[in-house]
Design a protein around this ligand. Structure first.
Ligand code: ZN
Length: 240
């Protein structure tokens, strides 16, 4: 074990002791905490788990996945492609799946590849996790078709994106980062998705699932998970 790794483990251990409590619950590290940290710009209160670094979207996705495993809609096990991997959720996925990590940039991943031109054979993954990626990708329809292509029939994809309103706002001629930040929420976002994102998922061949958080979690559970800025778990099922 490297010195950095050892320091990281000791730091996490101390943080978990100092902030242990019952007010908040993180399903990624399966622990209760007295606080979640503020994150983001503008700042979001109670956003980041002090123990594992999970954010609202990770906690909601994990809880939604557990709900859908119990319902028999999602299956555990098999090969999983994690695009732009998030450490807090990647650790837990490795317990259940044979994971391959990939990104357009080569840092901290096993495979360097572009989501619009994935360097994998057809039908070779049981699961693809592609969270908060598509809002950065100009040709998101091609990315969705690539994710569909590499999935086996019966496989599923997590396709989380920020959602606001009914209709997707998009103008690919806008490249000014200041205007993008104003219109789409971040300088490197190329669109602001609305709930009509479901149509793009369906057009790629998937059956889309938009699982609303209040359909499977009661208010006290939502408060403890602290997922205020997220409303739905977005998945695509490849049924054929
Ligand atoms: Zn955690």
């Amino acid at each position: 074990m490297s010195v950095v790794h050892l320091f990281d483990r000791v730091f996490c251990f101390v943080v978990r002791i100092v902030f242990q409590g019952q007010k908040f619950y993180c399903p990624l590290c399966n622990r209760g905490y007295s606080v979640f940290f503020q994150m983001g710009n503008p700042p979001r209160r109670n956003a980041r788990c002090p123990g594992c670094g999970s954010l609202e979207r990770h906690r909601l996705l994990w809880t939604g996945m557990e709900h859908l495993y119990k319902k028999g809609i999602l299956k555990k096990g098999g090969r999983l492609l994690h695009l732009a991997p998030e450490p807090s959720i990647a650790r837990r996925l490795r317990e259940v799946y044979e994971c391959i990590t990939a990104d357009r940039a080569p840092m901290n991943v096993q495979v360097q590849t572009d989501v619009t031109k994935l360097c994998f054979a057809d039908a070779c993954f049981d699961v693809v996790i592609c969270n908060h990626v598509l809002e950065h990708v100009p040709d998101d329809r091609k990315a969705l078709s690539e994710i569909y292509r590499v999935l086996k029939p019966g496989g599923w994809a997590s396709l989380q994106v920020p959602l606001v309103g009914e209709h997707t706002q998009e103008d690919l001629s806008i490249v000014d980062p200041v205007i993008r930040a104003r219109l789409y929420g971040q300088i490197d976002h190329v669109r602001q998705y609305g709930y009509d994102f479901m149509k793009r998922i369906n057009a790629a061949g998937f059956d889309a699932i938009f699982l609303k958080k209040n359909s499977f979690l009661i208010p006290s559970e939502l408060d403890r998970l602290s997922v205020q800025c997220e409303d739905v778990v977005i998945l695509g099922l490849k049924t054929r």
